[in-house]
Design a protein around this ligand. Sequence first.
Ligand SMILES: [Zn+2]
Length: 229
Amino acid sequence: MKKYFRQFTAFTFCFILYTSAVFAQTAPPQEKNKREAQLVELNTLDKTIKLDIRYATDNNFVGKTVYSEARAFLQKPAAEALLRVHKQLKKRGLGLVIFDGYRPWSVTKIFWEVTPEDKRKYVANPAKGSKHNRGCAVDLSIYDLKTGEPVPMPSGFDEFTERASPVYKGGTEQERANRDLLRKLMEKEGFIVNVNEWWHFDYKDWEKYAIYDVSFSDAAKGEEVKAIN
Ligand SMILES: [Zn+2]
């Protein structure tokens, strides 16, 4: 009996060591003195900001639904800057279509785990966390207000190819012009385009916010949003 107990204890100990090692590898580092989170739901600012939340469907690179609700949030200053971009587009009969905004940290972890190593430059390492986890990154495109259809772009959203680069020279002139218009308007409002993805923009103050893992419904309640660590 004693022998079994010893084996059991040894096994438990190894298991704890293993799980803590795994967690240590993937948990983001502790951060201090961050701004208080104030996540704003984007389509409440203007009803014509369209949502196409792919992660709430199986039409995404994971091939599975990872969000239980099709909602999009950003930290207040970023959300307000985005609204100004949308207003500029409206003057041209266009509007913003949002694929993703604030993303809970646990979802970033899922993305990392399902992505093959050679494609990992397209996803954030959960050990560092993503700017989406801070509520300061947005994935988006442009749509035509009259038809409701997205305008043509050089690549699809989450297409992990060279066509996704914001400086890709291929595609049609119209596709490149649409992509460059989005970038120009976003940059004017303090967003920075990702070097590998024309649809992904980081808000300039992302470092001032912590990493969060709260659900969309909790974020929507407007109560205190607690950082992951
Ligand atoms: Zn993104």
